[in-house]
Design a protein. Structure first.
Lengths: 249, 334
């Protein structure tokens, strides 16, 4: 197989004292696919994202980004190398405008902190990257609005836009659909499909309908371990998954 | 230009214009007092960079202030006037050096722990000058010969010192205003609001915070240098936690998050202090000035949640709020 694997986790394990939150997870994210991770609360999905993005260190196991072992890299270094993540709760900067939220994110690519006399708003690279990212996420009509005043759905879009502004190759999205209405969900799913071509996307999501519509691969976690992984139809018909999680789905 | 930006520019022009014109009417007492206030304003600006911009509540700013002041005295030769050209940078560098040491260790902690660790390092510096003969112990030491710059600047003249201090204040204010708009300043803003998000975006936040800390230490060192030159005397109280607390109160009183807040706060705090100490106004009760100052600060924090700099906005909102309520009562959309 010659698939373009951008992010790979090998045997990822995280223990908190006696509790094993994530137990020997193997995972591959390929360019052009949406890989969904589903599971009940406490199954270890967020811990997995935190380990992949470098927010917490694994107890054992290995993370590879674009073919390089990045297990010991800090989170900012991984982010600059092309790993973007969004958060389950909104982590936008509410007192900044939409454009400034994206611009600040884009600035991470051209930090130049010693240029103290040059206003950040006149940094052409980050401004154009911010405009492009906001446009892709469907926010080009409200660039000058304060982020805190956006609707919930728009805030979720802004989370993605800030992610895109850093020009990532891999996107780790933690429940981007949380709390969204039907129409907003449709818009977000369309965005995910559009982003798929250039990125490898890991999607942690509770909305099962949405997951089965958009995912190319689904991994099901229970109590920190993977009980099934494969294309949606295969996972849907898996008896163990049905018993453990999907219920009568 | 928006009305907000316009009113800020007007404030800055008027404030610095008044300061420049003040020596024409202020007597020697007034010039000495305003010089002292401008020194405190520089110190308050240095702390505003940490607290207001970066969200780092440093409770040890007095250490950098005191080190700048002690360096000015200890590095000065006993027999000839030192040159500003090397003495001033040296004082700032020594304060910045201690800030680098303190920042490198304390920035590994967060929140209340950060406050306590910065306080502990400041107390350490305080006890070194207080309990060792290095800086004259509790009595402090005198600076007999004031620094000069060639034949042009002699800081022994109160008016020259006033002008020099005002120039320093303008430069620091201008520098910080520009810095806040720059990429570095925007990154500090991001760190204040959500450091975790900044890391996820690709910013290594620790070097940013350390750079801000060292910069702040250097500016506090400048203030310390000016203070030592003004009084011709330094003592350990300059490094005490009372001093750190006073600067913190200045920027809270003035309004966090604005440079002009630090300026207004330094003036308000020092002038209130002078007022409550004045026997002409309060008679023998002036002995209890700390009580009055404390009550004034409690009242201002309770009534002015955004500080003095936020007062116009607070009034505007109250007026608009009343207008919109009235409109609602009359059944008209606001």
């Amino acid at each position: 197989m010659t698939a373009d694997v951008l992010l790979r986790g090998r045997g990822i394990t995280r223990r908190w004292g006696g509790l094993t939150a994530v137990d020997r997870i193997d995972l591959e994210l390929e360019r052009g696919t949406v890989h969904a991770v589903i599971g009940t609360n406490g199954a270890g999905k967020s811990t997995l994202i935190n380990i992949l993005s470098g927010e917490i260190a694994p107890s054992s196991g290995q993370v590879e980004l674009l073919g390089q072992d990045v297990t010991r890299w800090s989170q900012p270094r991984r982010a600059r190398a092309g790993l973007g993540r969004s958060y389950q709760r909104n982590t936008i900067f509410p007192s900044f405008t939409v454009l400034e939220n994206c611009r600040l994110a884009a600035q991470a690519q051209t930090p130049r902190p010693w240029l103290w006399w040059q206003p950040a708003a006149r940094c052409p690279a980050s401004v154009s990257a911010a405009q492009a990212a906001a446009g892709r996420a469907g926010l080009d009509h409200c660039l000058d609005q304060m982020a805190g005043m956006l609707s919930h759905g728009q805030k979720r879009q802004l989370e993605i836009a800030m992610c895109l502004a850093t020009a990532p190759q891999v996107l780790l999205l933690d429940e981007p659909l949380a709390g969204m209405g039907a129409e907003e969900t449709e818009r977000m799913l369309a965005l995910l499909r559009e982003l798929k071509s250039g990125h490898a996307i890991l999607l942690v999501e509770h909305d099962m309908d949405a997951v089965f519509r958009v995912a190319d691969r689904i991994t099901v976690m229970v109590n920190g371990t993977v009980i099934a992984s494969g294309p949606p139809e295969q996972v849907r018909s898996n008896a163990e998954v049905q018993a453990a999680y999907l219920g009568g789905h | 230009m928006s009305t907000g930006a316009l009113s800020k520019t007007v404030f800055v022009v008027v404030a610095f214009g008044l300061l420049a014109a003040f020596p024409l009417m202020g007597g020697s007492y007034g010039i000495d007092l305003v010089t002292k206030i401008m020194v405190f304003a520089i110190l308050a600006l240095s702390l505003e960079l940490l607290v207001g911009s970066t969200g780092l509540v440093c409770f040890g700013q007095a250490a950098f202030f005191g080190i700048g002041a002690y360096a000015a005295v200890l590095l000065s030769p006993a027999d000839a006037p030192p040159s500003l050209a090397w003495l001033l940078p040296a004082c700032m560098a020594m304060a910045a050096g201690y800030a680098l040491f303190v920042g490198a260790l304390s920035l590994r902690t967060k929140g209340v722990y950060f406050i306590m660790v910065t306080l502990a390092f400041a107390q350490m510096a305080y006890f070194i000058v207080h309990d060792t003969p290095l800086g004259g112990g509790t009595d402090g030491i005198y600076l007999y010969i004031k620094p000069v710059l060639g034949p042009w600047i002699d800081l022994d003249h109160p008016l020259t010192l006033y002008a020099f201090t005002l120039a320093c204040l303008v430069l620091v204010f201008g520098f910080l205003a520009q810095l806040r708009r720059s990429r570095f300043g925007r990154a500090l803003d991001g760190i204040r609001v959500n450091e975790q998000r900044m890391r996820a975006t690709g910013f290594a936040t620790y070097p940013y915070k350390l750079a801000a800390f060292v910069l702040s230490g250097a500016i506090a060192g400048l203030a310390g240098f000016l203070f030592a030159v003004k009084d011709g005397f330094v003592n350990p109280e300059m490094l005490s936690w009372h001093m750190s607390g006073s600067v913190l109160i200045m920027i809270i009183l003035g309004g966090l998050g604005h440079l002009r807040g630090a300026l207004i706060g330094a003036f308000a705090f020092t002038l209130l202090q002078e007022l409550f100490k004045s026997e002409a106004v309060f008679g023998s009760f002036a002995r209890h000035w700390t009580l009055l100052l404390g009550l004034a600060i409690i009242a201002s924090v309770a009534l002015l949640p955004r500080g003095l700099a936020g007062l116009p906005g607070q009034w505007r909102e109250r007026l608009l709020g009343r207008a919109s309520r009235r409109a609602e009562v009359n059944g008209v959309a606001p």
